[in-house]
Ligand binder design. Structure first.
Ligand code: THU
Length: 130
């Protein structure tokens, strides 16, 4: 049992709620706050395509809008053999609110990989750049 099992399970459960009729690519994400609370999200697509929001950003916006600050891990779950990394826009948002946290990538078969945000997003533009 890993310390990330609960987070992965929350991401998996959120993935079941994905609204992905255009891509059929269902994604679940879950964010762990330092308070211990877990916030999950799924991708929410739109007929315009461009208004689609990724699972990671849904989870982040839920947490931030609930007043939560300070996060120590994020999990992303898809049904692919090659695990899915957050897209560029999500990396920017994860960096903004979570910084150099471990990103736990997993699939429905139970494959798990950990990668640090500083590896995924090595030269960020952030508050320290202003
Ligand atoms: N997607 C996510 O939700 N997170 C990612 O990290 C990659 C992409 C979604 C967006 C869209 O609904 C679908 O996956 C295909 O791009």
């Amino acid at each position: 049992m890993s310390e990330y099992d609960l987070l992965i399970a929350a991401a998996k459960q959120a993935r079941d709620n994905a609204h992905a009729p255009y891509s059929n690519f269902r994604v679940g994400a879950a964010l762990r706050a330092t308070s211990g609370r877990i916030f999950s999200g799924c991708n929410v697509e739109n007929a315009t395509y461009g208004l689609t929001v990724c699972a990671e950003r849904v989870a982040i916006f839920k947490a931030i809008s609930e007043g939560e600050r300070g996060f120590d891990a994020i999990a992303v779950v898809t049904d692919t053999d090659t695990l899915t990394s957050p897209c560029g826009a999500c990396r920017q948002l994860i960096w903004e609110f979570c910084g150099d946290v471990p990103v736990i990538l997993s699939n429905l078969k139970g494959k798990v990989e950990l990668i640090q945000m500083s590896t995924l997003f090595p030269k960020p533009f952030d508050a320290s750049s202003l």
